[in-house]
Design a protein around this ligand. Structure first.
Ligand SMILES: [Zn+2]
Length: 340
């Protein structure tokens, strides 16, 4: 089985964007505020939005199932206040639930959290519980920078995050570290802010005792781990200079890297540096990079091709990357995948 652990509903029907535009307009003019639950999208519109897009590519590329979440770049947690974020997150998560209800064998839900800058992270717990317990979702996307490019909130190692981690452990769900768009013009969203977010989260983990406090807490760092695998020697050395334990002990029971790296040499490096047990297959298809690589003639985001080409991976290694590791990191998928 091939499990893609990183997909967003980037082809969501236009009505979703209209809802969000109204919500943003209502920050100035409250009369325009769209009612909670007023999103009008038919089942057919959802089917149409997926059949020629994610589902077509799943079939072409041999992907069985995608862990599917709202558009990361549209989370934009800095907009409005905590209530704005709450209603927007509920709306997006409910739409994902409709996708997973229509196509339960193709898509499994991952939720957006209603974070807001400088609001205690414990405020997102009710929505996480709703998504996991009522909607059957298996994980969440956690934004390490709800200010979207200005890094105003405490690092992920701060105790203010602990109530959320306690809930994640209790529910046995991991979080993918995922920033949203950037409202800081210094950082291009997907080219800089995403990779910064991934790299920054890793360093916050490295300098903290988070996984001593939460031995079973699990994070996926997407986009191949940002700059981390390429600079693994730097991170090992920094940890050593700081008197920290070796990285394998410090965080490799808790931190995983996905394969959203859009060329073969990058995947080769990832699989050379990071243990196979810590690598999860992912494409983030129809996402940040949608073109065809003129050097190969294939889409940049067709990442399965790269993994298939890495010469030193054994059949057992590939089975872990494509399926086994995801079943371990997202244990709630097992009942869904193995159910009737
Ligand atoms: Zn993503």
């Amino acid at each position: 089985m091939i499990i893609d652990c990183h997909g967003h509903y980037t082809t969501a029907p236009k009505a979703l964007g209209v809802f969000r535009d109204l919500q943003i307009a209502a920050l100035e003019d409250p009369v325009r505020n769209p009612a909670r639950g007023s999103l009008a999208i038919s089942d057919d519109e959802i089917r149409e939005s997926l059949l020629g897009a994610q589902i077509k590519l799943q079939d072409e590329r041999g992907i069985d199932v995608t862990l599917f979440s709202p558009i990361a770049g549209h989370m934009m947690h800095h907009i409005g206040n905590a209530i704005t974020s709450q209603i927007w997150s509920e709306t997006c998560n409910d739409l994902i639930h409709r996708v997973t209800s229509l196509y339960p064998r193709r898509f499994i839900g991952v939720c957006q959290l209603p974070q807001s800058p400088l609001v205690p992270p414990k405020s997102v717990i009710p929505e996480l519980e709703r998504c996991v317990n009522e909607l059957g979702f298996v994980a969440c996307n956690l934004n390490p920078d709800p200010s979207d490019g200005h890094w105003k909130d405490a690092p992920l190692s701060d105790r203010s995050w602990y109530p959320l981690y306690e809930k994640m452990v209790e529910l046995d769900v991991p979080a993918m570290i995922h920033v949203s768009g950037s409202c800081n013009p210094c950082f291009h969203p997907t080219g800089a802010h995403y990779i910064n977010g991934d790299t920054t989260a890793f360093m916050q983990f490295l300098t903290s005792d988070l996984f001593r406090d939460f031995p079973t807490l699990r994070f996926i760092i997407p986009h191949g781990g940002g700059a981390v695998p390429y600079h693994w020697g730097r991170y090992r050395g920094l940890a050593q200079d700081m008197g920290r334990p070796p990285l394998s002990e410090l965080l490799l029971n808790n931190v995983y890297f996905d394969t959203c790296v859009y060329h073969l040499p990058g995947i080769e490096l990832l699989t050379r540096v990071i243990p196979v047990d810590n690598i999860l297959f992912a494409t983030e298809m129809i996402g940040a990079v949608r073109g065809i690589d003129p050097e190969t003639g294939n889409p940049f985001d067709d990442t399965k091709r790269y993994i298939d080409q890495v010469e030193w991976l054994t059949g057992e290694d590939r089975a872990k990357i494509f399926e086994g590791n995801a079943r371990k990191v997202y244990p709630r998928i097992n009942a869904i995948l193995d159910g009737d």
